[in-house]
Design a protein around this ligand. Structure first.
Ligand SMILES: [Zn+2]
Length: 293
């Protein structure tokens, strides 16, 4: 192994140990951001549901630990590790990762989308640990209360926003991947992960809330938020915003009622009526509950 590889592996271990010291469960990652240790069950034919009960390492996020000796053992078994993953959803921090993708080519402005959600649902995004990804994205680290289970999702909150919760992991700062290094955003290294704002937590744990409890925004007003979200789209985000808004409307059961208003909003941003109707129709198709025959 080349010296640089060995240095990278040693640095990865050092960063992982420092995270573990702060109470964050860690495990080794390869340069592809996947678990560096191969599954001990890889040659078994039947589907394996083992999450580490067999006692061997190689169960991905389930290997994650805060015990320094166990961290060292995992890295010793994974000499090609170049980084480390941090398991989300586990005590004491119950980390929630808000993964903001920056995709300027497609006008996918996830930071603006998160700010929009914050305005709409009356929360502020706290100063918290922020990790810059090699592709220009950022991970906001938040903590969840005990009893709230946040699950992983991609693009459900808004286009370009992924959420890492229970069973998910974040690439830790200091990790090196084929695309470059993950690092702490300047000025956030001294922070501790801030508690997830209540309004955001509510969006992340929708199943805990009944369909229409008293005090919740009635569908008609929710629909207005979606229409506004579409109307404020810049060129390049018009289609993704429209599609996303239509999906949410259909999921909440008022897609057909909102279709005209969404079409109108999309046309004001410059989409043709045909384009708008096509996006809404595909949202309707994708979100219509599948019935088992
Ligand atoms: Zn196992």
């Amino acid at each position: 192994m080349a010296t640089t590889d060995r240095q990278t592996a040693t640095l990865a271990l050092a960063h992982a140990l420092s995270a573990a010291e702060r109470g964050l469960p860690v495990f080794p990652l390869s340069a592809t951001k996947l678990p560096a240790l191969r599954s001990p069950h890889r040659d078994e034919r039947a589907p394996v549901h083992c999450r580490g009960a067999c006692g061997l390492p190689g169960h991905g996020v389930h290997d994650a630990t805060t015990d320094p000796a166990a961290v060292r053992a995992l890295f010793a078994a994974a000499p090609r590790a170049t980084g480390y993953g941090i398991a989300c959803g586990r005590p004491p921090h119950r980390l929630i990762g808000i993964d903001l993708d920056i995709d300027t080519d497609h006008g996918n402005d996830s930071v603006a989308a998160l700010q929009h959600l914050a305005l709409q649902h009356l929360f502020t995004i706290p100063a918290t640990v922020t990790v810059l990804t090699p592709s220009g994205g950022r991970h906001l680290w938040l903590t969840g209360p005990s009893g709230a289970s946040v699950s992983n999702s991609a693009g459900r909150l808004a286009p370009g926003i992924d959420v890492r919760g229970a069973g998910g992991y974040l690439v830790g700062p200091g990790s090196v991947t084929t695309h470059g290094r993950y690092r702490l955003a300047p000025g956030t290294a001294h922070l501790i992960p801030a508690p997830c704002p209540r309004g955001l937590l509510r969006l992340l744990t929708p199943r805990q809330h009944p369909a229409h409890p008293a005090g919740r925004t009635p569908p008609a007003r929710q629909g207005q938020g979606l229409v506004q979200f579409v109307r404020e789209a810049h060129e390049g985000q018009r289609n993704t915003r429209l599609f996303w808004a239509a999906c949410r409307a259909y999921e909440h059961g008022f897609g057909d009622d909102l279709a005209e208003a969404l079409t109108d909003a999309a046309m004001r941003t410059g989409l043709t009526e045909q384009e708008a109707r096509a996006a809404i129709a595909s949202a309707a198709r994708l979100t219509t509950p599948r019935r088992t025959p």
